[in-house]
Design a protein. Structure first.
Length: 597
């Protein structure tokens, strides 16, 4: 017998090596990142409608160090548990929203820090390999955070001081949390004129609808829950959660930021009536802002639960401010069959890659999630069936959603987070204590305008069944791709990292204006490449469900490592071109520094 490996060794025919096990592009990094938050919905068996609704969160730079921190909205005891209405409870007996500071080992790109007066166009390339970020709970050191029964959160620089502020929606009084500049917050609700009393509010969006360089606020209210709410039952006669039709809907509000408050920089006035939104009451759950018709003024789309949705078109400078609901005319009030759906989550993005902003929203079990494609002038076509997004969504009740480029191949994929609002019979029969949980879905885009259900190929990332609500998007580890934080009702928050996108070409942008520089929310950025249609991205923090995202823009470029040219469409109509932007980096695009087209 010869020695192993010697030239005279007789070799047996080798079998083909088995395929390597599939590695999901989304990796659950929750435990490694130190995220240990669990949502408390306060349920005690009375089946209050508010139990099923929360809660969302925000990815934003709280302390100005260049990486994304995480704000998570908490619930707490309900009236049935402590003998008083939840809106009368100050701090839920110690339960409050949580702030987790990102202490990522990856050096953050300079573009997301407080910007100096003179700053190079490009930051150094991020060459280090992907590393899971580390989050530390700094709630105790963060001053005044949300202390109501929380629903959602909006994040923007409201007072124009260069720091990101938060607006938290609650069952009860909402809260404006002003950032002091070092990650600590103070409650500025009353001072800003936003003490709006008793409502059940979910969506909130900051946007400059009158183009005066101050961020205004849309606030969506849901339904009026009486002190003695009705009791509903499922098909077996068991106690179940009531839907919105069992309650009276409440009116939304539109508030203009005057910028002249008692402290010299902040003050809101209610312009709901003069702007044309008064007299309309519907159960709002989602809201997004974009210039849908390309006239240079920001419009507002509101997703209502079981009622026709609203498309509030901004009438521009001659009607300051004035909006008209054109959803019916535009084809996006109801679906193609003429039915209003239980709209919860919402996304506004260039899903078909033709340069305008489309709409996608999630609905109730037995309904299909709906894709409305913008025809270029603010008119929409229901493309749900032709896109392949319909049939797979029927068995689920969906909330948080968003379009993002998984793997940076240049196409926008869609994630859909599911969790029922009525008892699921099979889970009830199994004795499940919270029989609402469902798995989430991932739809991967093809080059032909269709989507494929790729959930089964995602491995353990989508194997868990929970009552998911908010999808929060952002480049958490600053490696150039989009990661996702998923919030769960009566369950843990989870962090999913894109483990492939950093290995492809990508272009990152932070688009700013003003002094100190602020994210230019509402601005559109377009990119055109040889052999590829124009793509548009919004500078935005809104969308999904009750959550706020990273405002930075990322274009996946696949294998194209050439320098890129983008055009920035500012709110005042000015278009600037920024050329020779190197991929694999974040670039800061400042208004007034590009070439005017």
């Amino acid at each position: 017998m010869t020695a192993c490996g010697s030239p005279s060794e007789t070799l047996e025919p080798t079998r083909e090596a088995p395929p390597a096990p599939f590695t999901s592009p989304l990796v659950d990094a929750t435990e490694r990142a130190g995220i240990a938050f669990v949502h408390d919905n306060g349920m005690v068996g009375r089946h209050a409608i508010v139990e099923t609704m929360g809660a969302g969160g925000a990815l934003f730079d709280a302390d100005g160090d260049g990486d994304l921190d995480l704000y998570l909205v908490q619930g707490g005891p309900l009236r049935a548990a402590i003998g008083t209405a939840p809106r009368d409870v100050a701090n839920h007996h110690g339960r409050q929203d949580r702030l987790l500071r990102n202490e990522s080992p990856r050096p953050p790109p300079n573009d997301n820090r407080r910007l100096p007066r003179a700053e190079p166009k490009s930051d150094p390339s991020l060459a280090t390999p992907p590393v899971a970020p580390i989050f530390v709970d700094v709630t105790a050191q963060s001053g005044e955070l949300g202390s109501g029964y929380g629903m959602g959160v909006a994040a923007s620089d409201v007072d124009r001081d260069g720091d990101i502020d938060l607006f938290v929606t609650n069952d009860g009084p909402n809260q404006l949390l002003l950032n002091r500049g070092d990650g600590r917050f103070v409650d500025g609700t009353a001072e800003a004129g936003l003490d709006d009393g008793e409502h059940l509010s979910v969506p909130a969006v900051f946007f400059d609808f009158d183009r005066d360089d101050w961020l205004d606020l849309y606030l969506g209210n849901y339904v009026d829950v009486p002190a003695s709410p009705p009791q509903c039952r499922d098909t077996t006669g068991g106690i179940d959660y009531c839907g919105p039709d069992s309650f009276a809907p409440t009116a939304d509000r539109l508030l203009r930021n005057r910028g002249d408050g008692p402290n010299g920089w902040l003050g809101f006035e209610d312009v709901t009536r003069t702007a044309g939104l008064a007299g309309v009451a519907a159960p709002a759950l989602g809201a997004v802002v974009a210039d849908f018709d390309g006239n240079g003024w920001l419009d507002l789309y509101v997703a209502n639960d079981g009622r026709a949705n609203h498309l509030w078109m901004n009438q521009g400078p001659d009607h300051a401010p004035r909006f008209l609901d054109q959803a019916v005319l535009a084809g996006c009030a109801v679906n193609a069959t003429g039915s209003a759906e239980a709209s919860m989550g919402i996304e506004a993005a260039d899903i078909d890659l033709d340069g305008d902003i489309d709409l996608f929203m999630t609905h109730l079990i037995s309904e299909t999630n709906t894709l409305y494609l913008n025809q270029g002038d603010g008119m929409f076509e229901d493309a749900t069936r032709s896109s392949g997004l319909g049939a797979a969504s029927r068995p689920f009740t969906a909330f948080g959603t968003g379009a993002f480029d998984l793997g940076n191949d240049g196409l926008l994929d869609l994630i859909v987070l599911n969790g029922a609002v009525n008892n699921i019979p099979a889970l009830v029969r199994q004795g499940d204590p919270y029989p609402l949980h469902q798995p989430n879905l991932l739809f991967v885009a093809s080059a032909h305008g269709r989507f494929e259900d790729a959930t089964g190929a995602m491995g353990t990332a989508f194997a868990v069944s929970e009552v998911s609500r908010g999808a929060i998007f952002g480049d958490v580890d600053n490696d150039g791709d989009t990661d996702i934080v998923v919030t769960n009702n009566r369950g843990p928050a989870r962090l999913f990292l894109d483990a492939q996108g950093q290995d492809r070409a990508w272009l990152g942008l932070r688009v700013v204006s003003g002094s100190p520089p602020r994210d230019a929310l509402g601005t559109h950025v377009t990119i055109a490449q040889e052999g590829r249609t124009v793509r548009a991205m919004r500078v935005a923090t809104d969308g999904s469900y009750a959550s706020a995202r990273d405002p930075r823009v990322r274009f996946g470029l696949g294998s194209d490592h050439r320098p890129q040219t983008v055009s920035v469409h500012w709110l005042d109509g000015r278009i600037e071109r920024f050329a020779d932007l190197a991929p694999g980096r974040y670039h800061t695009l400042r208004r007034g520094t590009g070439d005017v087209d």
